[in-house]
Structures are given as C-alpha cells and as structure tokens.
Design a protein around this ligand. Sequence first.
Ligand code: TXA
Ligand code: MG
Length: 322
Amino acid sequence: MTTIHVHALENEAYAVEIASALLREGMVVAIPTETVYGLAAIITNDDAIRRIFLAKGRPSDNPLIVHVATMADVASIAMVSALAQRLMDAFFPGALTLVLPKLSHVSDLVTAGLNTVAVRMPDLALTRAIIAAAGAPVAAPSANRSGRPSPTMAEHVIDDLDGAIAAVIDAGSCRDGLESTVVRIVDEQLFLLRPGNVRRDDIERAVGVRVRDVPATADLRHSPGTRYRHYAPAAQVVLVRSMEEAARMRDASHDRVLLLAPSDLAIGIPWRPLSSASLYAELRRADTLHVKKIIVHCDEQVQANEALMNRLQKAAEPSTEN
Ligand code: TXA
Ligand code: MG
C-alpha cells in the first residue's frame, strides 16, 4: 500500500475530503490532534478497527479511545451521567478522555470486550471536521507502532507506518505533545488512569470532585494500558534534580551523552530543551543519533508537571520485554 501524505495546512478542505472518504471506505488514516497523531478508523466497521491493531502491532486486548465531533455523538455510544456531563461541559473539546459505561451496539473490538468505552472530543477543529465528514465517530490510538513513542509530527508516523496505512494528514507539530488525560467515572467518583495536560487540580476545581489514583489492588482491567510495557528509548534515561547531580552523571559516563533540560546547564555536553510538547520528538531524535545516556534535569517546574513526570519516569524504567 502506498501511504498518501496530505499537507492539511495548505488545503484544509481537501484534507477533510480525502481523509473522510478513506475512513468511510474502512481504511486507516493517521490524523493530527492537539495531543498526538492518532491512527483512525470508523467505529461502525469491524474490519477497519482490525486494521488499526494490525498496522500498530497492538495487542487486541488493549482498548481504543473513540473520538467524537459533537456532544450528541457521546450520548450515541455511552451512558452520560450527571458528573460526566459536567466534565464534558468543562473540558470538551479538549485533552480529556472519559471512560464511561458503553451502549451495547459499540463493537467489542473497540473496547476489547470491556463494558466501558473511552471517549474524547479533540480540540483541533480539523480533527472534528474529519470525524463529522466521516459520518461516525472514529477509534484512534496514538499513531506509532507499539513500543515506539507517540508521534507528534507526520514524519514520526511515516517513520513507523509508511506502507501500512492509507494516508497521513499532516498538520505540523501537535500543540500538546503528550497523550490526553484519561479519567474513569465509577459511581460518580473519579479515577485518574493516565495523567495529561488537563491537570488533576483543573478537574477538581471545575467539578468539585476529588480525582483519585487507581487503588493498587484494583482490577487492572479498569486501566488496561498499565499492563503493557511502555516506550523507553534505546538510551539509558536518568532523571536528576540538580545541576550538581547532572555533572556527576556526566563524569560517570564515557559514552555519547545528551542533556534534556528546561535550560542549558552549560556542563559541557550537548543540550536539547525539555518541554511536554517536544519530549517525544527529542526521544526519537536521541535514538536516531545512537545516544547512550540521556540526563534529564527535572527542575521544580518539571516536577510539578504530573503528566510530563509520568512520561519521563516511564522512559527511565528499564525496558523489560514481555
Ligand atoms: O491523546 C490521546 O489520547 C491520543 C490521541 C490520538 O487522541 N490517543 C491515545 O490512544 O493516546 P492510546 O490508545 O495510545 O491510549 C489509550 C489509553 C490506553 O492506555 C488504553 O488502555 C486506555 O486509554 N483505554 C481505552 N479504553 C479504555 C477503557 N474502556 N477503559 C480503560 N482504559 C481504556
Ligand atoms: Mg499509545
């Protein structure tokens, strides 16, 4: 299959037309969102959904997020409680995914057989226009091959999936660069399954309900993503809190070292800026350059960013195959 590369910034209407036509035919299309690029297929076509798992090499028991264009779309696939409605009013469209009880017609392929469905309304107007023109919500995991960082540029999608998908709609770099916040609602209580740029305290302030962590004893089926090995770069990632610690790490290493930090610590090794928006691009770049060790300076501002710290800690975990 030849993957079509569509430059959406040059002609948005054309991008919407071609993406939605391919989706209606049951093809898989990589689409931009404000968080990361997603690998989209229409939820009313099981063959199309199967093509997502095939292209990504994703285990079929890891459910997908359904992306909608309108509030009415949410009610067409899930039960919307009073608290869910308040969260939607406050954060949709945006980088918040809600895990809600699903309606029975939603395909088990999308939800991996769970009785819940994850729903998100992207903030990027182009994404919503594509979904609306496709005529049905689309399931879309991040558009990377399993085991790679989420793509934040069309080039990342092409590196991972060229030839395996029908098209990539290129709208440049994603605004956020980290995947959405995922929250599950159970009996009008909120559980954080994945931190993202919609922060815990934003949610608590908006709806006046505490956002809890998933208890360690909880049935993991409620947060399936946590069972899978997360991306870690080929390089060893070490998190440090001070310039002194960074310098010690530099001295202990004889290999190719890179410093990722909010600002240059000027400790005599190559530096790249650290931010949520650019983290995944920097990790992909370090792999390409065969960097052996990435020293990440987590200053107080970075430490206060739950989503960024979560992804950094995952990247720093030794990668155990499973
Ligand atoms: O920002 C995002 O959320 C991006 C863009 C493309 O929208 N999508 C994304 O999808 O990150 P994915 O598939 O890479 O991550 C979805 C996460 C997984 O950890 C999955 O296990 C979890 O959401 N998830 C999906 N459905 C679920 C459900 N019914 N219950 C619990 N967790 C669910
Ligand atoms: Mg993903």
